[in-house]
Design a protein around this ligand. Structure first.
Ligand code: URA
Length: 298
């Protein structure tokens, strides 16, 4: 961990009892007894939708002999479950929403591990989601090697009017390689590649089917081809931020696993059937759980 990038000014006071940390959007605080069983957390798994989080927690519990599932009481923003060493939390859609979830979860992990940097090094983080494929058909699972924004540059935020904060949004190679190795026998393709995080589903992903249309067929195809030529394999809305923040604190183990819903070189609308979408979504879960089984259950 990079202790110099951790907000010790605020967080150390939580450890020494000076003040509580309120994880407002999760509806819990560091003083809640509900968090006590989570001290043993080994992995934090994030996904966009709350329904997915409940399914993941149920599945992980069944793989762990029906382990007890702890549910956080507040569910109007994010849905959260904990079972058998894994904290599952939804993050909503897009980087503004997901950054709130991630920052509160990072603070929570700091509290749960009592600020022990070696213990925090051991925590695995992942986002499991959906994406648009770039040159890949729907149903492919992409394990991200590097998060980039729509201009192929790393994640960054405006520093007010004076400049830009840049973040390292690469993903650790040892982890994406291990995830792919744990999934050598699936009946669907699992590949690694760069992933664009768009700030918008329509405009910053160069779609022509939004209410607003700023691109042409030519400029869209030119952008998608440029992405493909530069190693991008899918487009979603959270990964570059997630890698940027986790790298900032120095977490060594994290990944993003996204199924593709369509091939953006062939269109903009998601026309897969509900059955196909269900299978796509299940497959990214299969990739996650094959990896979790190989690391946490063996
Ligand atoms: N999610 C995205 O952000 N883009 C897509 O094309 C599909 C899912």
């Amino acid at each position: 961990m990079k202790t110099e990038n951790i907000n010790h000014e605020f967080l150390d006071g939580v450890l020494d009892g000076g003040h509580a940390d309120v994880y407002y959007h999760f509806g819990v605080s560091s003083e809640d007894a509900l968090l006590e069983p989570l001290r043993d957390v080994k992995a934090v798994i994030m996904a966009g939708s709350g329904g997915r989080i409940k399914e993941f927690a149920d599945h992980w519990s069944s793989l762990n002999g029906g382990s007890e599932i702890v549910a956080f009481p507040k569910e109007d923003r994010f849905v959260t479950r904990y079972t058998a060493g894994v904290l599952f939390a939804s993050h909503g859609m897009g980087m503004p929403s997901a950054s709130i979830a991630l920052q509160e979860l990072m603070r929570m992990v700091f509290f749960l591990k009592r600020g022990d940097l070696a213990a925090m090094d051991e925590v695995f983080w992942a986002r499991v989601g959906t994406s648009g494929g770039v040159g890949l058909p729907g149903g492919t699972v992409v394990v991200t090697s590097e998060g980039v924004m729509a201009d192929l540059k790393p994640y960054r935020l405006l520093q007010g009017g004076s400049g830009t904060y840049w973040f390292d949004s690469t993903f650790p190679a040892a982890v994406y390689d291990a995830i792919i190795a744990a999934n050598s026998h699936t009946d669907f393709e699992v590949v690694s590649g760069k992933t664009v995080a768009g700030n918008e589903f329509f405009l910053e992903q160069f779609r022509l089917d939004g209410a607003l249309r700023l691109e042409t067929e030519d400029s869209k195809m030119e952008w998608l081809q440029w992405l493909h030529d530069n190693g991008v394999r899918n487009i979603e809305m959270e990964g570059a931020m997630m890698a940027g923040y986790l790298n900032h604190w120095g977490f060594p183990k994290f990944a993003m696993i996204c199924c593709t819903l369509l091939n953006r070189l062939e269109g903009d609308q998601v026309t897969a059937t509900p059955e196909q979408l269900h299978k796509f979504s299940e497959d990214s879960g299969v990739v996650l759980f094959n990896y979790l089984k190989s690391t946490l259950l063996s």
